[in-house]
Design a protein around this ligand. Structure first.
Ligand code: SF4
Length: 232
């Protein structure tokens, strides 16, 4: 049965957010973006079949430990400094789930580092205040990962109701309106020419530059992904 990502958010928050702490399962140096200090968080409000981090996503009770924003920021800065990186991020599952925790971490990251917020955008689309809170940071860039180019493809990929697709689009609108630095990304495998045209129409209503700057990424085919692809 299809689920509502906002309802799922409430459930997942009960498990992975505690006071101003959040669960994380790993801290690491990663090669993306020319090198980036990475904290891998636990818990997501979507259920993408191609998720590379599906063990913590499916088992949030079992994975990770709670960390305060101060502890996370300290670890990220330490990894970045040790490796001479300019970028930091939270990855693994969905970083926006515990809002106050995330905002506090970004506040604690010195401006010499760029914080790259990789998100599915659902919560930024459901609450313009989220975009407003993000707009105060100069050293922040948001990358919204679109789960398919149409509501139908979104629903097939995530198992969520089609209407949730528009929260991803709304996230882009809220970021644009609040002048946050951002761009959108999509898996090329889920965006054929016809669906790209439909997506372009949606995005052009906000700003034609979003489609012009759309990042096309490619799927990494792990064994569990092959199975999911067959069902599409
Ligand atoms: S939004 Fe990201 S973390 Fe969440 S299920 Fe999809 S791929 Fe995984």
């Amino acid at each position: 049965m299809l689920y509502d990502a906002l309802e799922r958010t409430k459930e997942i928050r009960k498990i992975v957010c505690r006071n101003n702490e959040r669960k994380y399962y790993r801290f690491r140096a990663a090669r993306f973006y020319g090198g980036i200090a990475t904290a891998d968080c636990v818990g997501c409000n979507l259920n993408c079949f191609y998720c590379w981090s599906f063990y913590p996503r499916n088992n949030p009770e079992k994975f990770g430990k709670f960390y305060s924003p101060e502890e996370v920021a300290k670890k990220l800065i330490k990894i970045a400094e040790a490796n001479n990186y300019k970028n930091v991020r939270i990855s693994g599952n969905e970083p926006t789930i515990c809002k106050d925790h995330l905002i506090k971490i970004i506040e604690l990251i010195p401006e010499k580092f760029l914080f790259i917020l990789e998100t599915n955008g659902i919560l930024i689309g459901s609450d313009e205040e989220y975009a407003k809170a993000l707009s105060k940071f100069k050293n922040l860039h948001v990358r919204v990962s679109l789960k398919g180019a149409t509501p139908e493809i979104f629903s097939k990929i995530t198992g969520a109701m089609k209407e949730n697709f528009y929260l991803q689009i709304k996230a882009l609108e809220n970021l644009e309106k609040n002048r946050v630095s951002y761009h959108a990304a999509i898996m090329i495998e889920f965006a054929d020419n016809e669906s790209q045209e439909k997506l372009k129409k949606e995005l052009d209503k906000i700003n034609p530059k979003i489609f012009e700057n759309l990042e096309f990424e490619s799927l990494m085919i792990f064994p569990h992904i092959k199975k999911g692809l067959r069902k599409l």
